[in-house]
Design a protein around this ligand. Sequence first.
Ligand SMILES: *Cc1c(COP(=O)(O)O)cnc(C)c1O
Length: 223
Amino acid sequence: MGIGENIRRVSETLPPQVKLVAVSKTKPVDDILQAYQAGQRAFGENKVQELTAKQPLLPADVEWHFIGHLQRNKVKYIAPFVSLIHSVDSLKLLEVIDREAAKNQRTIRCLLQFHIAAETTKFGMSPEEARDLLRSGEFNALNHVQISGVMGMATFTDDREVVRREFRQLKNIFDLLKEEFFSEDTHFREISMGMSDDYLVAVEEGSTLVRIGSTIFGERQYL
Ligand SMILES: *Cc1c(COP(=O)(O)O)cnc(C)c1O
């Protein structure tokens, strides 16, 4: 099965309000081009160095999503072109993104990442940390970032009910933040949840962005 065919098959299972982010990390530019030729425009990468190497080799209308842990000293490399940063987990990071966005005379869309999984290794904030951030004077002074929603990763488990509960928790966090901080803000609308193994559950629980890698590009080889 080819990459283009995989894109079409995954897309057919998604309702119209859900956008597919094709996660191309570790995959060569040729694979990304195959997906592009099948009509895919949004791609996700989780390493700054890999993203900045690939970006100039692909068409300018590719929409790059940053989905990995982002170090503050690397924001400057992706600030000129990144379309959405899914993984904001601190005010300090947001301040750097704002500064780099301003230098590039643009606004960068960001999602707040929440820790919803049982594993302690996964990054993300708690709802309390997010509330503190959103209430702070420092945050409210930023004007080159736009908080567009939330992101989370479920526990790596075969237990569908655990995964469903965690996605439901993220949807609930989204609803509460929307009500408290963004009720008038139509930009706050994204719930980034769901990967190859759990995206159908995520869609049932209200996902608007699914991040799918191996189902499209095949298993990754880590060297
Ligand atoms: C790698 C990755 C994905 C895609 O994972 P697959 O299981 O290959 O679909 C999604 N989200 C994040 C944050 C990732 O790092």
